[in-house]
Structures are given as structure tokens and as C-alpha cells.
Write a protein that binds this ligand. Sequence first.
Ligand code: NAP
Ligand code: GDD
Length: 342
Amino acid sequence: MAKTALITGLTGQDGSYLAERLLELGYEVHGLVRRGSTITTHRVDHLLERVAIHYGDLSDGPSLRRIIETTRPTEVYNLAAQSHVGISFESPLQTCDSGALGTLRLLEAIRDVQDRTGQQIRFYQASSSEMYGKVVETPQSEATPFYPRSPYAVGKVFSYWMTVNYREAYGIHASNGILFNHESPRRGENFVTRKITRAVARIKLGLQTEVRLGNIDAKRDWGYAGDYVEAMHLMLQQPEADDYVVATGKTYAVRDFLEYAFGHVGLDYNDFVVIDPRFFRPTEVDLLLGDSSKARRKLNWQPKVDCQQLAIMMVEADLELAHREKTLLNAGKGFERYRAAA
Ligand code: NAP
Ligand code: GDD
């Protein structure tokens, strides 16, 4: 019998890769999508004939309950959140409404449907290495205490413990994936890796002259999103729910990423980076480095793409995008010249 998955955050980076993965595996896939003033499905447009879209929002408990009631998923992946750490300082309540209370609303909807129908619903929570924050040990594993340093991270700690509590209190198969940073050509453009690779491509093609960044000495354990969604799925296939760190086990400074990305097109990042205090955070996370030996041992999972390969993959994709941008710009200029001459 085909398994049925509900993904919240379908339109995000991870939602799009996870939907592809689950469709490949033969799942019936449903996605929670919130209505915006513009269409936000560009990352999953190629899947729309095969994925069922349900309008709703993590702030709207009744909509979550109704969607679970009607779709009867065997697995729920909770990926939706305001996921930008810097912006969480500007918008802490909205961040915690999705990243903290939203998880609780979803867990309550699952508990209710499971209680009334007897149907088992497995649950994945998108927990984050940001929860380690001001790290108390390195590398960070499932046993490392949390020390969150932003409203985003505090909200994620709440969701982490709610997931553990619903597992222990109600016997729900609920797991936390504590994922370290993962990127891809589909990464949002205001996260540092994508901001850099977009800039590299646009600078190379003469569409931009500089890139303004904050703390480029911060260190992160960067992996590829396509690899990480495999770990999410594997967690829900285990007989017992549990919590797992997912990471590459290598850490790099933003400076290293700059070197890989600019170096790939033969440029020196020092000539183009401007440090702008606007992008500093009130409290920073200086270093993240994950120990994912539990996931490797129990899930038989391992990452396939390293940081330099990731930077190159993202620059190549952004070069294609910048070429298209330039063609459109030139077409526009040609039209203006034609109008001026006519
Ligand atoms: P993303 O690209 O920012 O996607 C976030 C998704 O959440 C989008 O689909 C967004 O919808 C949706 N969303 C936001 N608020 C919502 C709300 N109130 N109701 C319903 N949907 C809402 O994030 P991502 O990189 O894919 O990350 C997926 C999850 O993993 C997030 O929870 C993130 O915090 C967590 N995480 C990410 C990383 C990482 O490195 N990427 C690491 C650890 C944990 P719109 O398209 O409408 O904005
Ligand atoms: N976004 C951004 N923009 N970050 C910058 C910039 C800039 O201009 N300049 C320097 N940085 C630094 C940030 O201060 C941070 O130390 C590092 O680059 C990475 O920032 P992000 O790419 O925004 O990611 P993040 O580590 O804060 O958060 C991401 O990873 C978490 C997992 O550890 C997000 O995907 C979170 O949702 C996720 O939980």
C-alpha cells in the first residue's frame, strides 16, 4: 500500500527536495502551502501535477487538523518555519509562532486524529544545530546541551522538547532531525552561501560590483540539502522514534566559502566583499561542527557532497541564472534603443 506523506514547508528548499525523494519512493505526497500575494511554488512547479496542495498555515490550528483529517498521512514532515536567524531578531513573535507554537499545533492535530481514528502517524521535526548556539562542547552531538542565541533558536528548542514530550507522553512516533546547515541551488537568496554564489555569478557577468556581508569569520558545518532529506526519511522508517544529528563533520569559515565560490570563476573575494555592520547579529553563533556518528551507524546515512563541491554546484547554477538575467536585460536595452530611434 502506498505511504502518504504530508509536508509542511513544501515550497521551501528542503520541502522541494523531500517531495522529489518521496515521489521517487512511490509516496502519495501532500503539501501545506500558505497563501501569499505572489505565487511561491517556483521550487516545486515541476512537481505540481504529482503533489496535492492544501492551503493552510502553521498559525491556524483548525486548518492543520482538517488537512490531517482529510489526507490521513502515515508520515508528517514539519519543515515550515520562518527560518532566517538574522530576521528572527527583527520579527521574534512571528518566528516563534511558526517555529515553536506551530509545531505544537501540528502535534495536537496529530494526537487528536490518532486518538479518534487509531491511525498511527509518524512525525518528523526540523530541529536545528542553531539550538547549540554558544556551544558548550565541540563537536556537537545528540548529548550536547543546548544554548540558543536567537529567537529562532529558542523557538526551535521549544519544538524539540515538545516533540520529545509527545513521544514520551502519547507514544507518538516523533523524531527530531538536528540538521546542521545545508544548502543547494534552491537555497533562499538571503542565506550567506546563496547570497555569495548569486553575487559571484552576477559580478562575473558584470551585473553587480560588490557583495555586502556581516561576520565572515563565523564557521559552519555545511552540507547539501539533497543528501539531508534522505536522512529525514530514514528517521521515520526506524522501528523506534529517536533524535539524530545530521552533519558532515567538517567546519568552514564563511571566508573559506568565499574563497571556493569566487575562486571557481577566477576572482579574488577580497576585491569584492564589503563588510557591512547591518548584517551583524545581536548575538552570533561562532562555530558549529556536528558529530553525526549516530545517524551514520543507525540510519546508514552519509553525506555525499563536500563544502567545496557545494560551492561550485551553487555557483554553476547561479551562472546559468545570471546569463538568463543578462539576456533579458540586453533585450530590454535593445527595445529601449529601438523605441528611442523610432
Ligand atoms: P525555507 O527554505 O526558509 O522554507 C521554509 C518553509 O516554511 C517555506 O515553505 C515557507 O513558506 C514555510 N512557512 C513559513 N512560515 C510558515 C507558516 N506560518 N505556515 C506555513 N508555512 C510556513 O527553509 P529550509 O531551508 O527549507 O528549512 C526547512 C526547515 O528546516 C525549517 O524549519 C528550518 O528552520 C529547518 N532547518 C533548516 C536548516 C538549513 O540549513 N536549511 C538546518 C536546520 C533546520 P513560503 O514559501 O510561503 O515562505
Ligand atoms: N544570512 C547572512 N547574510 N549571513 C551572513 C552574512 C550575510 O550577509 N554575512 C555573514 N553571515 C554569517 C551569519 O552571521 C552566520 O554566522 C553565517 O554567516 C551563516 O548565516 P546563514 O546563512 O544566515 O545561516 P545560519 O547559520 O544563521 O542559519 C541557517 O542554518 C541553521 C542551521 O544551523 C538557517 O538555515 C537556519 O534555518 C538553520 O536552522
